[in-house]
Design a protein around this ligand. Structure first.
Ligand code: NAD
Length: 270
């Protein structure tokens, strides 16, 4: 079978560089194009060199339209506005889209949902196998433990991160809410500060820590009378997300239009 042609948008970002390395180390795919924001300092550089590898003969450009036309699948870990634009391009060029951008508002998500009506889109707040397993365990645990157990989601990330709580923390919260059969928006307690009043029974709380170069740590606590169960995941490097995203692109290549999750890719929903 021909190799899958992959485009990477935001290729000089932290995830973009990890994605470049992950595509190079994977079988059955190769990078055909890479873009960055217009005016980016690395424009014109070979993306292999940027990622610390041998030159790949793929030059960093800023023409996203040309990238989508050239690629079979596009990996997008950029910013919410860029992801909305990339979703429109996936739709018009009928290209598979794998996106991990977090901090999306409703309008950004609507652009992704619209693309997924015509092409296969894989979207996940976290592409690591371990975190997706943790989400399944959290859902199952929340189904078993009643509201005598307070659920708190704690996350820590590097000091560059711009959104909070992390997309993964929200995903874990959604998994807990699903297990309990409640709507996360109706029960979430975020950003506690000052005289907040007592914790509401059944609430799902979030707390965010920021510092240093922490790639991503998440713990969901089920805090009951005289006992506490914790489900934790600690990411050691961005390659876990990048490898998952490449796996998702290969999986989605022959799938019909639809919005898929990493649970679909890993077969947790079979
Ligand atoms: P980053 O800032 O290092 O990289 C983002 C890159 O996108 C930057 O280089 C930026 O210049 C580029 N970009 C912005 N607009 C663009 C455009 N219009 N066209 C092309 N490139 C553009 O950030 P990062 O740490 O790599 O994270 C990127 C996103 O991915 C964030 O939302 C982050 O939360 C998310 N993320 C998700 C996962 C996951 O598994 N889902 C894992 C890690 C990070």
């Amino acid at each position: 079978m021909a190799e899958l042609g992959i485009g990477i948008v935001g290729a000089a970002g932290r995830m973009g560089l990890a994605l470049t390395r992950a595509v190079v180390e994977a079988d059955a795919c190769r990078i055909v194009a890479a873009t960055e924001m217009p005016g980016h300092g690395s424009m014109g550089a070979d993306i292999g060199t940027l990622a610390g590898l041998d030159a790949l003969g793929v030059i960093l450009g800023d023409d996203a339209g040309a990238l989508f036309a050239a690629a079979d699948a596009v990996l997008d870990f950029t910013s919410p506005d860029a992801t909305a634009n990339h979703s429109a391009l996936a739709l018009s060029s009928a290209t598979v889209l794998v996106t991990g951008t977090t901090g999306l508002e409703k309008a950004h998500q609507a652009a992704i949902d619209q693309a997924a009506q015509s092409v296969a889109v894989v979207q996940a707040p976290n592409f690591s196998v371990g975190v997706n397993l943790a989400m399944a365990l959290v859902e199952q645990t929340a189904r078993v433990l009643d509201e005598d157990f307070d659920i708190e989601v704690v996350e820590m990330h590097h000091h560059h991160k711009v959104d909070a709580p992390s997309g993964t923390a929200l995903g874990l919260g959604r998994a807990a809410a699903k297990g309990r059969g409640v709507d996360l928006d109706a029960v979430s307690e975020r950003g506690r500060d000052g005289i907040t009043g007592a914790r509401a029974r059944g609430a799902i709380g979030f707390a965010s820590l920021r510092g240093g170069d922490v790639v991503g740590e998440h713990t969901v606590m089920f805090v009951g009378p005289a006992e506490r169960l914790e489900i934790s995941h600690k990411a050691g490097g961005r390659e876990i997300f990048a490898r998952g995203a490449v796996k998702a692109a290969l999986w989605a290549a022959d799938k019909p239009a639809g919005l898929y999750s990493m649970a679909d890719v890993l077969g947790f929903n079979d």
